[in-house]
Design a protein around this ligand. Structure first.
Ligand SMILES: Nc1ncnc2c1ncn2[C@@H]1O[C@H](COP(=O)(O)OP(=O)(O)O)[C@@H](O)[C@H]1O
Ligand SMILES: [Mg+2]
Length: 245
């Protein structure tokens, strides 16, 4: 199964990606987590720590300066630009490199290509996309089995989410996450902007905010906090979905 996570910057993509990846791994799935954000922070939400997350970015940046050799294969990328995260999740930083050589598998490759070309081969591939609509626009049917669109009650995040849903729904299954919901009014705000869609509610959660501040994974801080629990339940639902042929 291939899952892409989209939304405006700050909507909660990385929190969702990291926590759902860990929860899927805990449920016994082999999980490959791709960080496609230009400012890759997925390592922190996955629980590898800020230092290791920085290190991975450093290796990636070494491509730009010529200190690191390019990688001709995608599986080689998974090996060389990756790290092992808790619960057996494999994390790979796949952010775009500036001044890339087009066609180069390790730096010219875009997240939609990466999603297309990575064989899921029994594993679950989960991609924390760059902020905005770019990848969603380029996504071809079949690149992702599910797109998780992360919305929150803020006007700009809602507008990006609304557009992402409209674009992605023509291509694949879409699940809308109503993140940072404090009360019924927040939920109504999201429902008004994205009507006629089931909303998976992720409540505002002090544990998630504290995890971010401390540079740890929310699921390690408190797996039973309301926001984390909602994301674990979402992972269970994704795991139960039939894998398309
Ligand atoms: N449900 C939530 N409750 C509290 N804080 C949250 C919640 N979801 C996200 N946040 C906080 O919002 C900020 C942005 O989240 P992040 O996952 O980094 O967004 P993105 O990856 O979309 O830019 C972080 O500080 C994060 O801790
Ligand atoms: Mg992010």
């Amino acid at each position: 199964m291939k899952i892409a996570v989209a939304g405006k910057g700050g909507a909660g993509k990385t929190t969702v990606s990291g926590t759902v990846a860990r929860a899927l791994a805990r449920a016994g799935h082999s999980v490959l987590a791709l960080d496609a954000d230009a400012n890759p922070m997925l390592g922190v939400s996955l629980g590898v720590g800020a230092e290791q997350t920085d290190l991975l970015l450093g290796v990636r940046q070494g491509l730009e300066t010529g200190e690191v050799e390019h990688e001709p294969t995608i599986e080689g990328m998974v090996e060389r630009f990756g790290a092992d995260a808790p619960d057996g999740v494999r994390l790979v930083v796949a952010s775009r490199i500036d001044g890339d050589s087009p066609g180069c598998q390790c730096c010219g490759v875009s997240p939609d290509q990466l999603l297309r070309e990575l064989e899921d081969g029994g594993r679950t591939v989960l991609c924390d996309l760059e902020a905005g609509l770019g990848t969603i626009l380029r996504l071809a049917p079949g690149n992702a089995d599910v797109v998780l669109v992360v919305a929150n009650p803020a006007a700009k995040a809602l507008e990006v989410a609304r557009r992402a849903v409209a674009i992605a729904a023509d291509k694949t299954e879409v699940i809308v996450l109503a993140n940072r919901v404090r009360d019924d009014a927040d939920l109504e705000t999201i429902r008004a902007a994205i009507p006629d869609r089931e909303l998976v509610v992720i409540p505002e959660d002090a544990t998630i905010a504290r995890a971010d501040r401390d540079g740890v994974a929310p699921i390690d801080l408190d797996p039973y906090s309301p926001g984390v629990k909602a994301l674990v339940a979402l992972a269970d639902r994704l795991a139960g979905a039939p894998v398309p042929a």
